[in-house]
Each structure stands twice: as structure tokens, then as C-alpha cells.
Design a protein around this ligand. Structure first.
Ligand SMILES: C[C@@]1(CC(=O)O)C2=NC(=C\c3[nH]c(c(CCC(=O)O)c3CC(=O)O)Cc3[nH]c(c(CC(=O)O)c3CCC(=O)O)/C=C3\N/C(=C\2)[C@@H](CCC(=O)O)[C@]3(C)CC(=O)O)/[C@H]1CCC(=O)O
Ligand SMILES: NC(=O)c1ccc[n+]([C@@H]2O[C@H](COP(=O)([O-])OP(=O)(O)OC[C@H]3O[C@@H](n4cnc5c(N)ncnc54)[C@H](O)[C@@H]3O)[C@@H](O)[C@H]2O)c1
Length: 213
């Protein structure tokens, strides 16, 4: 796996049909993350964790309580496998591949079309660490360390940037302003929590923006 050069992406899964094979410890966490991402999740497994059972009862995912069958893969767009049997991973992977679907499996890295990084969130800010499959435990430790660097001020800065991006017309002037906001004094003040002073600079920059567009 270390020989692979991975290509990280952030998937938008809202409304996407996602198959999850297995409903034990690992699948439990996955199911919650997928539901939160807005995916239309189908779980197939004979033994089901209490959380997945609850999500199914609340109508937040579809639960099929039996072993996986090839037809479960029909009309799915993305596949996760988290069972305690690598043979199941191989069978699901073969079916997924035949259908051109992307697959992640928790137990056989060489079958993965994509792997999962360790993820931490502060509002809209996401820290994700991959070790190219070498050291998942290290990914978790580094993710925790990186997340500690992300302050409420960074979240404010990201939200302000998002707000400005919606309101200002695209183009070189907007790019300059947003880079200046994040890299310059206004950003530093906002990160330190000095909101008034930060706003004064943002307002000044906005006045100049009007002149330069
Ligand atoms: C990051 C994280 C994301 C997540 O799962 O959400 C994740 N594993 C996490 C934790 C973790 N996993 C394992 C341990 C015990 C220590 C150890 O064994 O090393 C710990 C540590 C712990 O639990 O603290 C065991 C393990 N993991 C894999 C195998 C199979 C194998 O290697 O053969 C085995 C052996 C199973 C066995 O022996 O039975 C495989 C994969 N695990 C990956 C991701 C992908 C590569 C990610 C990367 O490139 O870094 C990949 C390739 C496939 C995939 O799952 O996508 C999540 C941290 C979540 C968090 O941040 O809290
Ligand atoms: N990727 C990771 O981060 C990571 C971490 C730890 C362990 N693992 C590996 O992940 C795998 C899953 O671990 P777990 O703790 O969730 O296991 P678990 O025993 O808690 O759950 C296994 C699940 O698979 C289901 N299952 C078994 N055969 C099935 C079939 N034919 N069709 C559908 N479902 C089936 C069971 O009903 C159960 O719901 C293990 O192989 C483990 O070694 C991966």
C-alpha cells in the first residue's frame, strides 16, 4: 500500500446510495458518519449493532438483516465492507468491480479503491490524516494534534470568508481580498479573538474592493 500515491478528496454524499456490508463495531461508526453526510445508506448484516438498529428504526437507513447477496449491490453508488470475514470482502469487491463501483473494505487494504483517513472537525473545518495505509493508529494521533491547532478563531475566519465569497463577485480583486483576509492582519486578529479590530480592517478592505472592481 505504501507504493500507492493516493489522491485525497472530500466526497459530497448527500442523496448518494451507499451500501454498507456488516453491522458490527467498525460498521457502527461508519453508518453514523454516512447518515450524517446525508447518504442513502443500505446496511446488510445478520448481526446488527444497537446504534444501527436504532438508525433503522428511525428510518435513517435501510437495514437488511441477513448475509450479503450480490443483488444487494444493485443500484448502489459506493460500497463499504466491514465484516469479520475477508472472504466476504473478496466476494463483495468482485461484485462491486464488475459493476464499476468504488469500494472500501476495513480488513483487506489491497482490495480498497479508497481508504479512510482519520478525521476531526471544527465546524466547517476538517482535518484528515492518511498514512497511506501504514499506520492508522499514527493517523489518529496526528489528527488529534493537528486539530488542537484549529481554534474557534479559525472557524470564524472560515465563516467570514464563506460569507464574503457569496456576496462579492468572482475575480482577481476578490481573490486578493480573501487571501489578504486570511494571511494578513485581519485574519490574525480574528484568530486571536479580537473581533472589533478585525472587522475594522475587513471594512477598510471592502471599501478598497469597491474601488478596485
Ligand atoms: C484512520 C482510520 C479511519 C477510520 O477507520 O475511520 C483507519 N483506521 C483507524 C484506526 C485503526 N485501525 C486499526 C487500528 C489498530 C492499529 C493497527 O492495526 O495499525 C487502529 C487504531 C485505533 O483504533 O486507534 C486496524 C486496522 N486498520 C486497517 C486494518 C487492515 C489491515 O491493515 O490489514 C487493520 C488491522 C485489523 C486487524 O488486525 O484485525 C486498515 C485501514 N484502516 C484505515 C483507516 C485505512 C488506512 C488509513 C491510513 O492510511 O492511515 C485502511 C487501510 C482501510 C480503511 O479502513 O479505510 C481509523 C482511525 C479513526 C480515528 O481517528 O479515530
Ligand atoms: N479499518 C479499520 O480501521 C479496522 C480497525 C479494527 C479492525 N478492523 C477489521 O475490520 C473488520 C470488522 O471488525 P468489527 O470489529 O466491526 O467486527 P464485528 O465482529 O463487530 O462485526 C462483523 C459484522 O460483519 C457481519 N457479517 C459477517 N458475515 C457477513 C456476511 N456474509 N454478510 C454481511 N454481513 C456479515 C456480522 O453480522 C457483523 O455485523 C475485522 O476484520 C477487523 O479485523 C479494521
Amino acid at each position: 500500500m505504501s507504493a500507492h500515491v493516493d489522491f485525497p478528496v472530500c466526497l459530497r454524499l448527500a442523496g448518494k446510495r451507499v451500501l454498507l456490508v456488516g453491522a458490527g463495531t467498525i460498521a457502527d461508526e461508519r453508518s453514523q458518519q454516512l447518515v450524517e453526510a446525508g447518504a442513502r445508506v443500505r446496511v446488510v448484516a445478520p448481526v446488527v449493532s444497537p446504534r444501527i438498529q436504532r438508525l433503522a428504526e428511525a428510518g435513517r437507513l435501510e437495514l437488511i438483516e441477513r448475509v450479503w447477496r450480490p443483488e444487494d449491490t444493485l443500484e448502489q453508488q459506493l460500497v463499504f465492507v466491514a465484516t469479520d470475514d475477508p472472504e466476504v470482502s473478496r466476494a463483495v469487491a468482485a461484485e462491486a468491480r464488475a459493476r464499476g463501483l468504488w469500494l472500501n473494505t476495513a480488513d483487506v487494504p489491497e482490495l480498497c479503491d479508497f481508504t479512510l483517513p482519520s478525521v476531526g472537525r471544527r465546524g466547517p473545518l476538517v482535518v484528515a490524516v492518511s498514512t497511506s495505509g501504514l499506520a492508522p493508529a499514527l493517523a489518529r494521533v496526528l489528527r488529534q494534534q493537528f486539530l488542537e491547532q484549529v481554534t474557534p478563531g479559525h472557524v470564524r475566519l472560515a465563516r467570514l470568508s464563506g460569507w464574503l465569497r457569496k456576496r462579492l463577485p468572482r475575480g482577481a480583486a476578490r481573490m486578493r481580498l480573501l487571501k489578504h483576509l486570511v494571511e494578513g492582519e485581519a485574519g490574525a486578529l480574528l484568530v486571536r479573538g479580537e473581533r472589533r479590530a478585525a472587522w475594522a480592517r475587513v471594512r477598510a478592505a471592502l471599501e478598497t474592493f469597491g474601488e478596485t472592481t
